[in-house]
Design a protein around this ligand. Structure first.
Ligand SMILES: Nc1nc2c(c(=O)[nH]1)N[C@H]1C(S)=C(S)[C@@H](COP(=O)(O)O)O[C@H]1N2
Ligand SMILES: [Mo]
Length: 300
């Protein structure tokens, strides 16, 4: 099957009809084969040119391996990712430790080409492979009264040289409101470019929330907790004035130390002009209704 890029993403793309690329998925479910040939017909919008493999895997933020952009690529091979399990607990019907391979065999893998915008004002376009977080949460059975989802990254200092430094209060923690977590654009990514997730990008599974600043997209997840309280999150704990819980991409709400009105596209070249930042990173039509009536400067 040819590996082909989809057009710019609309919610119409964000369905199981989107191209299936993962071999395991194609083997596991013949439905995948049938649907792959009818990938997103009639979606006419701007072509999103993905960044290269080298850019996506060499320019990273993964502070557990160091704070330099090249540190994750240099050090993340130290992390053991097999076996891997994810504890799902809190307000769920079926709490427990779920084996990663077992999770995979129960999920529908898709390709999602998303814009990715770091709070530091650089951006990329990344072709992810993964499944909807909603599918995983539904598998565990979200209980009535749950309002938030908390996530934790692996903390294994012997394999993570960056954790010797208290840049943040380890383990790396993130969170979403339940409706954000259940949104069809929110995925758990298990690969990029049709290949398993490289360690430096958050193997074996990481969150991707394309309308939020990149730090919300927590890597190498080992725990998911359903709760009725807004969970503490790493960057908000480190500096609440600069990093809010919501962290929706918003060109009109500046970081206290820099403008968020424009961004630098990685790979654009030395003399490329900055690009205007899009409201909700270009996913306004899909997600603006989640924040209706909220003051986005206050709940930043
Ligand atoms: N555990 C963990 N997750 C993390 C980070 C981190 O340092 N540790 N960095 C975040 C930030 S700031 C960004 S921009 C993205 C970067 O993802 P990428 O390197 O795959 O592009 O990962 C996010 N997830
Ligand atoms: Mo980031």
């Amino acid at each position: 099957m040819a590996y082909r890029w989809k057009n710019d993403l609309t919610l119409a793309d964000a369905t199981p009809e989107a191209a299936f690329l993962n071999r395991r998925q194609i083997m596991a479910g013949m439905a995948g084969l049938g649907l792959a040939s009818m990938a997103s017909p009639g979606v006419a919008s701007t072509e999103l040119e993905p960044n290269t493999w080298d850019e996506v895997t060499n320019y990273c933020n993964f502070y557990e391996f160091g704070t330099g952009k090249g540190d994750p690529a240099a050090n993340a091979h130290l992390m053991t990712t097999e076996p891997w399990s994810v504890t799902i607990d809190g307000m769920v019907d079926k709490p427990g430790e779920y084996d990663f391979q077992q999770i995979l065999s129960n999920m529908t893998l898709e390709e999602r080409i998303y814009r990715f915008r770091c709070v530091e004002a650089w951006s990329m376009v990344i072709p992810w492979n993964g499944f909807e977080l909603a599918d995983l949460l539904n598998m565990a059975g979200v209980q009535e009264g749950a309002k938030y989802v908390a996530f934790e990254t692996l903390l294994r200092p012997s394999e993570m040289p960056g954790t010797a430094y208290r840049v943040i209060d380890w383990p790396y923690r993130e969170g979403l409101r339940l409706d954000e977590a259940m949104h069809p654009l929110t995925i758990m990514a298990t690969g990029i470019f049709g290949k398993p997730m490289p360690n430096q990008n958050g193997a074996p599974l990481r969150l991707v929330v394309p309308w939020k600043y990149g730090f919300k997209s927590i890597k190498s997840i080992v725990r998911i907790t359903l709760t009725d309280q807004e969970p503490p999150t790493s960057w908000n704990m480190a500096n609440a004035r600069e990093y809010g819980f919501y962290s929706n991409v918003n060109p009109n709400v500046d970081h206290p130390r820099w403008s968020q009105a424009s961004e630098r596209r990685i790979g654009g070249g030395l003399f490329a002009s900055r690009e205007p930042t899009l409201m909700f990173n270009g996913y306004e039509a899909e997600v603006a209704s989640l924040y209706e009536g909220m003051d986005l400067a206050k709940f930043f």
